[in-house]
Design a protein around this ligand. Structure first.
Ligand SMILES: Cc1cc2nc3c(=O)[nH]c(=O)nc-3n(C[C@H](O)[C@H](O)[C@H](O)COP(=O)(O)OP(=O)(O)OC[C@H]3O[C@@H](n4cnc5c(N)ncnc54)[C@H](O)[C@@H]3O)c2cc1C
Length: 386
């Protein structure tokens, strides 16, 4: 089989890249091992992701609208609203069951003329050949959009783990989760505890995705879910009386990046290039943004600029993620609003909404440079205020 460009992976990233390449007149083949999209994690979207969804023409009807996020730690709890961002062009996002969203991505790709092969990618002879369970494919370009297994980077030996982020997650689904104030219907909740955090993502049909992420030093012995729940009264209150409706599963080794994002006859996008951490729900957003930017730079012959763009955005997110685990992010966000300069709050909301390309708004750049100092100043004000 032959194709000008073969894309491994028909998730959000692969379908975005393939659709835009096909619309630009290229001959594109997606190779995906699954005949139908699966129910996978990556269910809470960011407002800034709407840019690419709108460009693709993907309708979001039927998904619950996500207008804000709630953060809690011990007794402290605070809600942020995306409408308070510096540039609230998209003041809301959606919470999605991924198999439903991914089906829309697939349909969009097929309508653009993308060909489809149901097969497992097994290896690549670069440049020029992808080996799959359905035979070899000759292609001028191979795009790896096959997710966090980082298929090509692993094969090339360029996959690196993050020095500090070595977290693991357990994922469950529930019905009957309690909506605890100040959460509004559709909000995501992040309940932090010493050594990790829970996520609560509501769906339109009343079901919830609930997960717990733990750090290597969390100190929990025995059953990790129950151990974490014992550390978070907030999570326990949300789950009181809720019914678990699917088997729990675990995910680990997810924070990793490739040394290079493109080379002779190959390109990486989405998780296949890098994945940071689930805490700010940046995965699908960075995936589809990277796919859009990859296509733009590929067509212009400026792939180095593509790589620089994505690394800069990821580095901005990384600073916020590290501030979350180190504590200063929550020190700022959970402080009483009258002690929090609004410009910092606004800057943080912009980052959480996905305004990270080019380093984000000026105030956001300042905040990412000085989370600990801002947190210290706020703590001092709190001490003075008694
Ligand atoms: C614990 C956890 C929670 C998360 N929560 C969120 C969240 O709330 N919001 C968010 O935006 N992101 C979240 N993410 C990240 C999100 O899951 C990913 O960033 C997103 O799915 C990336 O999209 P993608 O298209 O790059 O890859 P994927 O969605 O993984 O798609 C990859 C596709 O490639 C196919 N494939 C894989 N290997 C092969 C192969 N060898 N041959 C053929 N086909 C193959 C798969 O079948 C799949 O269709 C979370 C991640 C983790 C670990």
């Amino acid at each position: 089989m032959k194709a000008e460009i073969v894309v491994i992976g028909g998730g959000p990233t692969g379908c975005t890249a393939a659709t835009l390449l096909a619309r630009a007149g290229r001959d594109v083949l997606i190779v995906d091992r699954d005949s139908e999209p699966r129910m996978v994690i990556g269910e809470s979207l960011l407002p800034a992701g709407n840019r690419v969804l709108e460009k693709l023409g993907i309708e979001m009807d039927g998904f619950i609208v996500k207008r804000g996020a709630v953060f809690s730690r011990n007794e402290e709890i605070e809600r942020i609203d995306f409408a308070d961002a510096v540039d609230p062009h998209w003041p809301a996002a959606h919470q999605v069951k991924r198999h439903q969203l991914d089906a829309r991505f697939r349909e969009t790709a097929r309508s653009a003329g993308v060909r489809w092969l149901e097969a497992q990618a097994m290896g690549a002879d670069l440049p020029g050949r992808l080996r799959t369970s359905a035979g070899d494919i000759e292609a001028e370009w191979i795009v790896d959009a096959a997710g966090r297994e980082q298929f090509l980077a692993r094969q090339m030996g360029t996959r690196r783990r993050h020095e500090l982020l070595r977290n693991a997650a357990l994922v469950r689904y529930y019905r009957g989760v309690n909506l605890v104030e100040p959460a509004q219907p559709g909000d995501i909740t992040v309940s932090a505890f010493e050594g990790g955090w829970f996520w609560f993502i509501p769906f339109a049909d009343g079901e919830w995705s609930v997960g717990v992420v733990t750090t290597p030093g969390c100190g929990i012995r025995g059953d990790r879910w129950e151990g974490a729940l014992a550390l978070s009264a907030d999570a326990a209150a949300r789950l009181a009386g809720a019914e678990q409706i699917r088997e729990q599963y675990g995910v680990q080794d997810f924070t990793a990046y490739a040394d290079r994002f493109h080379g002779d006859g190959w390109m990486l996008a989405g998780d296949a290039a890098l994945f940071l951490d689930p805490v700010f729900s940046s995965g699908v957003f960075l995936g589809i943004e990277s796919a859009d930017r990859l296509v733009e730079h590929f067509l212009a012959g400026t792939l180095d600029a593509y790589e620089a763009d994505i690394r800069e955005a990821a580095t901005t997110f990384e600073k916020v993620v590290l501030a979350f685990y180190e504590g200063s992010f929550l020190d700022i966000v959970l402080a009483p609003q009258e002690l929090q300069p609004f410009k910092y709050r606004q800057a943080i909301i912009s980052l959480l909404a996905g305004d990270v390309f080019g380093g984000g708004p000026v105030e956001a750049q300042r905040v990412t440079r000085s989370f600990p100092a801002i947190a210290r100043a706020i703590r001092n004000r709190m001490a003075q205020a008694g």
